[in-house]
Write a protein that binds this ligand. Sequence first.
Ligand code: C2O
Ligand code: CU
Length: 559
Amino acid sequence: MCRHGPRRRAVGVSRSRRDFLRAAGGLLGAGLLADVLAAPGMADDAMPGMPMRTTAARLAAPNVPLVNPAMLARFVDTLPLPTRARPVGRREHPAWPGRLLPCYRMEMRAFAARLHRDLPPTPQWGYAGSTPGPTIEVERGEPVLVEWANALPARHFLTIDHTVHGAERDKPEVRAVTHVHGARVPADSDGWPEDWYVPGRSALSRYPNAQDAATLWYHDHAMGITRLNIYAGLYGAWLVRDAQERALGLPSGDCELPLFLCDRLIGRDGQLYYPVSDDPAAPWVMQCQGNAVLCNGKLFPYLEVEPRRYRLRLLNVANSSFFELALTHGLVFRQIGSDQGLLPAPVERTRITLYPAERADVVVDFAGLAGQRVQLQLHGGGILEFRVGDRGRRDDSALPAHLRPVPRLDIAKAHDRVLTLGEVDDAGGNALRMLLDGKRWSDPVSERPHAGSVETWSFVNLSGDAHPVHLHLVRFQVLERRPFDLFAWNARRELKYSGPAQPPPPHEAGWKDTVRADPGMVTRIAVRFEGEPGRYVWHCHLLEHEDNEMMRPYELLPG
Ligand code: C2O
Ligand code: CU
């Protein structure tokens, strides 16, 4: 469940390193906590009669018997493939006068579905009553409208923490607002977390789609309960296509599919179990890790494939787990894209690690494997089986050696922002919450880039864990990760590097919208802020962190 070990192993931080950081973090945490308490605005913020926690809660043992996935039969259900959303009509929008734009309607509904043949149906929430929801496919430069309708029940089925900012008792239990992750959208359509609405209401959003082909995804973003709404199933794919990508001849049609990966805890009665702390008044937990890994909403599914190339869009939609993926039979992934579309050239990988919200677009070639059963493995265990048929249609797809140039951003005149990722600890060194640059959500906006400008953001990770940092609206390039001296920072707020800069590996050399910021490192990105002025957000995509103050507004100023 809430294991710490695997995450740290994946980023190469040993136990002793973690202890060292934890000890250092304790000192730092005390300082940060003092900063927070002294911050202006704190007094108005704190709810009267709501004492702030000063000791970290512990994970409570589940109060219901849970499914042990190891006991379930493997590969007995077919892999569900999301349907393709169809516009319900055409409509005008004042932003594009005189044009009739395709208009979609996506209704969020409760439904029940079996996660596995041998489990009772699981109540979930999903767009159009399915999870993943229907895939919205758009063409670059062709705007669409979407009416996101909240048709959910009046009560939430997962436990809300009313001490979390934005989820206080005076807020309705069921609230939703949809964000398209990675989309370049006007602020009024971006899914501002406080613009949630209740069952019976809906919001009309406009999407210009003025961006390169990429694997985007839509999901809920309601303030203080995003982790619960996404855990309940509120996510789906948003694919941007363009002529340049189409001309490459990559596998398409039924040889191209999304693979949404997430982990869950499931009660033996089929109900989703979301972990809680041992404090009923403050049930929020720092991480949520499940033992059952769902592929497109199923546990251990299989897919019949032909002995030819396939294009798989891998998406990590988990709350806080990272996934390390590999294939059996010596098969490799040829990664062709990352978060924001195509890489300059395919990258051959035997293993792919994805942090929450990261995507990898890969081509897998089953040629020569007729009759075999290939597994997609997660941390060494099979989660999905590909059954390769004896014959198939002729494979006329291509995998060109050059995909799309990714010109490096010119950062010579870029404004650099140094922003910390830090944890607020209790006296025992246990994390109470995480903050971005020591600030809370409700603190005044401090990041105000100008439209059209290039900035570099340096994430100084003072905490003991890796955080996937996501900026709305923009795409960015990873410049480097570089170890720094935590003591120098704590003592003098001095950024002193303690080793050479590590350039991003080839699979991170494309456009990204979410970047893994490792502990003990400064992770630096270059961003060109393109889009309509307005308020957007940036945050950690570990949903437990995002919901509890590790999210900040930023404001795009006119150019
Ligand atoms: Cu995946 Cu703020 O979003
Ligand atoms: Cu985080």
